[in-house]
Design a protein around this ligand. Sequence first.
Ligand code: FSX
Ligand code: SF4
Ligand code: F3S
Length: 394
Amino acid sequence: MMQATFFDETTRVSETAADVVARRLKISRREFLELCAATAGTLGLPMGAEAAIAEAVEKAKRPSVIWLHFQECTGCSESLLRAEHPTLEKLILDVISLDYHETLMAAAGHQAEKARKDAMVANKGKYILVIEGAIPAKDKGIYCKIGGQTAIELAKECAADAAAVIAIGSCASWGGMPSTDPNPTGASSVAEILGKPVVTIPGCPPNPYNFLATAVHFLTFGKLPATDKLGRPLFAYGRLVHENCERRAHFDAGRFAMEFGDEGHRKGYCLYKLGCKGPETYANCPTIGFGDAGEGNWPVGCGHPCIGCTEKGVGFAKPIHAMAKMLNVVPPTQYPRIVEDQGKGATFAAAAALAAIAGAAAGGGAMLARNLGLSHKAEELEKAQDAGKKNAQV
Ligand code: FSX
Ligand code: SF4
Ligand code: F3S
């Protein structure tokens, strides 16, 4: 007896874009739509955008991508491909046509160089150039050569006819780890070498979803997403780590881990005093997690302070024990009581008085200092109010 197959001709006629791509990727339609929804969410697009993404992934011509590697550890590519969720890299490789990638391509030597040149000619003015790694500029760039060309020459040659240039990882975005003092090779960012702004996706390594979302934005809308003045897509780097951190309530309440493994650390308190750089680092790590490995999977979520890996002048530059500068942190409108007399609850009036004190303080650093002393101030205020009331009654 003939068995009906799922993808018979009748079914295909009514297939949606999502069905087609799901079949192509050998994943379920549901998994594919979840990825599209996650990508739309990462990009900050409204509900329903996943359908447009699914359609673009099905119908749009995959942009040719030439991916160069210079001074780096290949962690950017690894994080993209070693994601726990097996469909992420499938989707990335379905969204783009990766025509040259030294780590992944089977070709080597002259064959590999030919593949790069062929892709550049065939897709002139249309390909995306992705650069991973810093570019050594000292001594005419002799510290990094591929196929007889320096990284400087290669970057300039490939960028000349590219539709867009994306610097992936902190090394390519701002110099990263290779550029740390004393920077013996003169490791520089892609923008410095090309002399023009490029889209940057910093992080060491960067979150693969931020690259995927940038590529999907290009595919769906034909242009790269809006960026800040450092070339970072705003959807991913528009807010400080501190703004969305799940431990933020502890910061606001003045509850800090003081040592690794102490009670505060075990209870998940704020890591500011262990040197967390979340308050001066722009990245979406707390909101989208890391490595596609599930909830809470990002540095602070795992109990380690953010080292500011996305941020020039912070990551690999500022010692881990150094306190972060408080940037742009909006103080909360009211603070909880931290120390109470036994059997006595906080009153609304005390909370309001505290809010007034908090509101008067300008700047996060001042806020932090005040935060630590607020419980005592609250008590003093309340005592003064009680004394005032008693005097009025006499
Ligand atoms: Fe490594 Fe990439 Fe760090 Fe750099 O990621 S993870 S050293 S940012 O260029 O490979
Ligand atoms: Fe989170 Fe760090 Fe900010 Fe604390 S200082 S709330 S751990 S980002
Ligand atoms: Fe990097 Fe900090 Fe995110 S160390 S991965 S920016 S939490």
